[in-house]
Design a protein. Structure first.
Lengths: 102, 167
């Protein structure tokens, strides 16, 4: 039980650090790093639940694979946007991205 | 179980420490390498929790992803080495409050419920990998195929967004 709780506490702490990073950074690539940390936290929780509660349920591992895929997709689309933004404005600072402001 | 508890706690602390370092250093390349350290520690946690296939996959995938991230950092940052000590943060108080609240809420959710009986035995690595393969090709085939299509769509979307517009 203690190991499960330790893993969940680690997951929660990583999520908090990632949330801080995603909200506090002004650079697009740094914001993506925060999101990666939050997704990593989700994976820690999924593996902990699988290991300590339902090690026979392989679908939990499929769920982790999907989260890993999602991390790669987020990186690909994020870097595509970063490239477009850098071409258009010469920077990936999100403080300057105010075009969609109402 | 003691070695498992110690390993999970050690690699967990390492993952958190590297995660904090990502946002504390002014060098962007160091940030990418710290994130690699954090993700590798998460992979080591998977190994400690006897999810061998996922652990190895996590370490290999993240090593590649973070190397690419470091390259993009050097390409797009005005000061990738952090020599100018630029501050690239905003709304710090709100962010700290949100981060701490999120972490505390997660910790409370981890501590409060009774999680039920803990299962001691786990299938071996070969059995797990075999079962995962069967699961992917059987019951979770649609999910697996959807992930494949999503990758294709993301590749096309990322390329079309990034490609230079012809006038």
């Amino acid at each position: 039980m203690i190991t499960l709780v330790v893993a969940l506490v680690v997951g929660a702490s990583l999520f908090g650090v990632g949330l801080y990073g995603a909200l506090s950074q002004t650079n697009l690539v740094m914001i993506m790093m925060g999101i990666e940390l939050m997704l990593g936290a989700a994976m820690v929780n999924l593996v902990a639940f699988w290991r300590f509660l339902h090690p026979g349920a392989v679908s939990a591992q499929v769920f982790v694979l999907i989260v890993m895929t999602e991390m790669a997709l987020e990186m690909a689309v994020g870097f595509g946007l970063a490239t477009a933004r850098f071409r258009a404005r010469g920077s990936v600072e999100m403080e300057e991205a105010t075009e969609l402001r109402g | 179980m003691t070695w498992q508890l110690l390993s999970v706690a050690f690699f967990g602390l390492l993952a958190i420490w590297f995660g904090v370092t990502v946002f504390r250093t002014s060098s962007m390349v160091r940030s990418a390498l710290s994130l690699l350290g954090s993700m590798a520690a998460v992979g080591a946690m998977f190994l400690a929790m006897q999810a061998e296939f996922l652990g190895v996959l996590q370490i290999m995938m993240m090593a590649t992803e973070m190397t690419i991230m470091a390259i993009f950092m050097v390409m797009y940052m005005m000061d990738p080495g952090g020599l100018g000590q630029m501050d690239m943060t905003h709304q710090k108080r709100v962010s700290v409050a949100a981060g701490v609240t999120g972490a505390l809420a997660g910790i409370l959710l981890a501590l409060l419920p009774g999680w039920g009986p803990i299962v001691r035995s786990v299938p071996g690595p070969a059995r797990q990998t075999h079962d995962l393969g069967i699961e992917l090709m059987n019951r979770s085939m649609i999910v697996f195929e959807t992930a494949g299509v999503a990758i294709l769509v993301a590749m096309i979307a990322a390329t079309s967004v990034a490609i230079a517009r012809r006038r």
